[in-house]
Design a protein around this ligand. Structure first.
Ligand SMILES: N[C@@H](CCC(=O)N[C@@H](CS)C(=O)NCC(=O)O)C(=O)O
Length: 216
């Protein structure tokens, strides 16, 4: 049995939760906030979430986790069988995480945590994000899924991250840069959410977000 640690407002947590569900792997969730507590650092070296517990030990970094799940539980594959298609799947995932999600994440302190991000950083992020988002339609097929007719690991990553970036850019720039630069993205999000497991993850996220903003 896998234990998934973290919380449901995290897009990285929801990436792994959706992968576990789509692959029909038995798991339990344990609520953990990121931090620098010694006990936490033994399980997740930088104190980040998500991380998982397996029969062999703890594992952090969502992409390492996703690929571990694919290797250890080959049923219900999330990666294409063909080597080049698998590489295209990884290419899109890297682009989404390195050039889009991580760039937009610099706005999170102001968007979600009541802090201020300087106008210079907002401008720099906007320029980088627009270049990265304009590249996505060159990689995403969106017919109906990210890479074509099959639901793959690329969807497990694109769905939570693009929603997060949409929400962040609406809060900081007053407009959704994802919708602006990726034609068809709203229909795509709806298609993913027509899948029962994605719907479940979305419902859990909405409940966690309500609780998070009530606490603030
Ligand atoms: N590269 C990491 C990113 C995970 C991440 O940034 N998680 C956030 C929550 S969404 C976190 O733990 N932040 C606390 C921190 O950065 O110290 C992964 O793919 O798992």
């Amino acid at each position: 049995m896998i234990t998934l640690y973290g919380f449901a407002i995290s897009n990285y947590y929801n990436k792994i939760k959706l992968a576990l569900m789509e692959k029909e792997i038995a798991f339990i969730e344990e609520y953990v906030e990121p931090g620098q507590d010694e006990a936490l650092l033994k399980m997740s070296p930088l104190g980040k979430i998500p991380f998982i517990k397996t029969t062999d030990g703890y594992l952090s970094e969502s992409q390492a986790i996703l690929e571990y799940l694919e290797d250890a539980f080959p049923a219900h594959p999330l990666y294409p069988a063909d080597a080049f298609e698998r590489a295209k799947c990884r290419e899109l995932i890297l682009h989404l995480e390195l050039n889009v999600e991580l760039v937009a994440r610099r706005l999170a302190p102001e968007a979600y945590f009541g802090k201020t991000v300087s106008p210079e950083i907002k401008e720099e992020v906007r320029t980088k994000l627009e270049v990265a988002l304009k590249g996505l339609p060159r990689l995403m097929i969106l017919a109906p899924y990210a890479l074509g007719s099959r639901f793959t690991a690329a969807d497990v990553v694109a769905w939570p991250h693009l929603q997060q970036v949409s929400s962040t850019t609406q809060k900081i720039y007053g407009k959704d840069l994802v919708v602006e630069h990726i034609p068809g993205i709203q229909a795509y999000i709806k298609t993913v959410e027509s899948r029962p497991y994605a719907r479940q993850v979305a419902e859990d996220r909405a409940a966690a977000l309500t609780e998070f903003f009530q606490k603030k």
